[in-house]
Design a protein around this ligand. Structure first.
Ligand code: SF4
Length: 125
């Protein structure tokens, strides 16, 4: 099971020091390098009843952390593929991830439609 990078379980499970990319073993999970392993500021998940202005400010702060994270791409794909319904992952909020997923689904449908049309053209021609 893949642990979330900014969970308390993960904090306990990984060493405190960041592992440089060049030294990461091929088998080491991506989240061992997560910059947010110790989310002490609570940036990545909303507290209950968070006002909109506070949420926007917190999410922007979380995104700034993500922007300097060496595993942002892996994290983002993980969050999209699960999908993770809450929090900032890979520099994207939950709402932004829903937009990305909707675009991907639309693109896949377009590609399938184009492939079917091409196949039908080959059969007819
Ligand atoms: S990209 Fe952001 S959420 Fe993902 S591991 Fe890095 S700091 Fe954490």
């Amino acid at each position: 099971m893949l642990h979330t990078p900014h969970s308390s379980l993960q904090v306990a499970a990984v060493p405190a020091q960041r592992v440089p990319e060049r030294n990461r073993s091929q088998d080491a999970p991506w989240h061992t390098e997560a910059v947010c392993r110790r989310d002490e500021a609570g940036l990545f998940f909303a507290p209950s009843k968070e006002p909109t202005a506070a949420r926007l400010s917190r999410e922007e702060a979380a995104k700034r952390v993500c922007a300097r994270c060496p595993v942002m791409v892996e994290c983002r794909e993980h969050a999209l593929m699960q999908p993770e319904p809450y929090g900032v992952w890979g520099g994207l909020t939950a709402a932004e991830r829903r937009v990305v997923l909707a675009r991907r689904r639309r693109r896949e449908l377009e590609l399938k439609k184009a492939a079917r049309a091409a196949a039908a053209g080959r059969i007819a021609g």
